[in-house]
Design a protein around this ligand. Structure first.
Ligand code: SF4
Length: 500
């Protein structure tokens, strides 16, 4: 599934020597969550100014490119606390440098930097009220609204200003906020996007830790941090020299009693399989989804004596579900074998394809290639994590046929995507979604894709797989499949209107 992109990856750290370098490593681990830009802000005491300052470095591009100059970590991004952000824009024009996060301001309480993962669904309303009061904006990003809400809060203490600001937000927001003396991390009361807390023991002195927060725990592994727990939905964590404190914030969303609704698509596609999110390993949940898919849509039966069907994944996000699928098909007595029939090129950058070659076919070909010796003459079952527009899937099917497959069957380890996301994922419009284009008729969809059969995981199967794999987890959003939006959305707002 390649037609939607993640929103953002965020990382924060406190009380860590070389904080910026650890943030850099954390952002590198979270690169899959956003490839448009990267940024780091740290907090350090400036002797000449006699106060704390927040040096920053933000640019468009991948983490390795944005921070390729090692002197940045030796002479600029100093200090023991900081935050970082990888961005893919769903709100705010992607080519506007002012939208690159972390956002940074100096206000009457000192310096304030913020990094946001999610999408604020009442952003238009908040922005309108600021515009009417004559507020000037530097960016077109929703995230700037949070800074204005904090700066204009009438509460006295800085932390109360932050609580006051986030209480007015609705939708998806996992935030890391850096002040002159604290690192603050919080998750919206619905808990749409993941956010985890980790710690790194400091020296020999037991009980002293550097604390970090990250969108996914794979970022902790790279900096040597141990996972402690998730930031709970509606929880606000304050980390400073006094230690770590937790509190809940009241909010409009809580008052409306929308409940917890963690994004199920994080398990299906967005997060890395080596991450723990919403309290459970993504790998485990994905395998369960593959296992359930074997019940909902097993491999086709071939006559005894014919070669076994081979099952291949569309790499990489489908690999884990495919393993679960194959193992369960075998347990159910279906003859099949796991094979690697598609190879993904991981080094294709955005600028690799020249403008004249930007056809769908060229883009797919530059990313994937077939292994002819594996596919030739075989009944092939392709497993993908999801289908959004269907154009990539169709192209891959053609490539597998061209490599000599005798039959091509397609299995999808999630239900048909029929609704757009309003909580931070960049989906095509409802009309552009593959399932809607064919009125969700699986036979018609199969014909359009050019496959011999097509099978999906059911909504109930998906829900069952997630709850079985993560027994302690609770409350998921599956609106893009079911249409049950946990937080009311303005359905008639176009993407353009949202991005003014
Ligand atoms: S609509 Fe889909 S992608 Fe968006 S938050 Fe809900 S489950 Fe996640």
């Amino acid at each position: 599934m390649r037609s939607i992109r993640e929103y953002c990856g965020i990382f924060g750290i406190f009380n860590a020597p070389n904080a910026a370098h650890k943030i850099y490593l954390g952002l590198h681990a979270l690169q899959h969550r956003g490839q448009e830009s990267a940024g780091i802000v740290t907090s350090v005491y400036d002797e000449a100014k006699g106060r704390k300052v927040m040096p920053s470095h933000k640019r468009p591009g991948l983490v390795l490119d944005v921070f390729k100059d090692p002197t940045l970590f030796e002479s600029k991004l100093l200090g023991t606390a900081g935050i970082g952000h990888n961005r893919y824009s769903t709100s705010g024009a992607s080519d506007n440098a002012a939208n690159i996060q972390p956002l940074l301001v100096h206000y009457r309480e000192g310096n304030l930097a913020l990094a946001h993962n999610g999408n604020i669904s009442n952003a238009r309303e908040i922005r309108r009220s600021f515009v009417e009061r004559g507020t000037l904006f530097q960016s077109t990003s929703d995230s700037e609204l949070v800074l204005h809400l904090i700066a204009q809060s009438t509460r006295r203490k800085p932390i109360d200003k932050i609580v006051d600001a986030v209480s007015q937000l609705e939708g998806a927001f996992s935030l890391v906020i850096l002040t002159d003396d604290s690192l603050i991390a919080l998750r919206d009361p619905n808990g749409f996007r993941p956010l985890a807390i980790g710690r790194i023991p400091r020296g020999e002195k037991s009980g002293e830790y550097a604390w970090c927060v990250a969108s996914e725990t794979c970022a902790f592994d790279l900096v040597g941090a141990e996972y402690v727990r998730d930031v709970e939905p509606g929880e606000l964590i304050v980390i400073n020299q006094k230690g770590i404190e937790s509190g809940q914030f009241e909010s409009y969303a809580l008052a409306q009693n929308h409940g917890v609704s963690q994004c199920i698509f994080e398990y299906i596609y967005f997060s890395r399989p080596d991450s723990k999110i919403f309290g459970e390993m993504v790998d485990k949940v994905r395998r369960k989804m593959g296992k359930q898919l074997a019940h909902d849509a097993p491999v086709p039966t071939v006559p005894e004596g014919d070669a076994k069907p081979i099952v291949i994944s569309v790499p990489d996000s489908s690999n884990t579900a495919t393993l679960g699928y194959v193992n369960e098909c075998k347990k159910l007595g279906q003859r099949c074998r796991y094979e690697i029939g598609l190879i993904r090129n991981h080094y294709v950058g955005r600028t690799f394809i020249s403008p004249g070659q930007r056809s769908r076919e060229q883009r797919v070909r530059s990313k994937f290639n077939t292994v002819e010796g594996v596919l030739k003459g075989r009944v092939v079952v392709m497993v993908d994590d999801s289908i959004v527009r269907g154009t990539t899937a169709k192209q891959l099917v053609q490539m597998v046929r061209k490599a000599g497959a005798k039959e091509v069957h397609f299995r999808v380890a999630s239900p048909p995507v029929q609704n757009p996301c309003f909580y931070g994922m960049d989906f095509p419009s409802r009309e552009e979604l593959f399932a809607n284009q064919h009125e969700c008729d699986v036979d018609v969809m199969a014909r359009w894709l050019g496959v011999d059969s097509l099978g999906y995981l059911t909504v109930e199967g998906m829900q069952g797989a997630v709850t079985t794999a993560n027994e302690k987890g609770h409350g998921y959003c599956d609106a893009c499949f079911s249409g049950n939006y946990p937080v009311p959305v303005e359905m008639n707002v176009s993407k353009e209107e949202n991005e003014w």
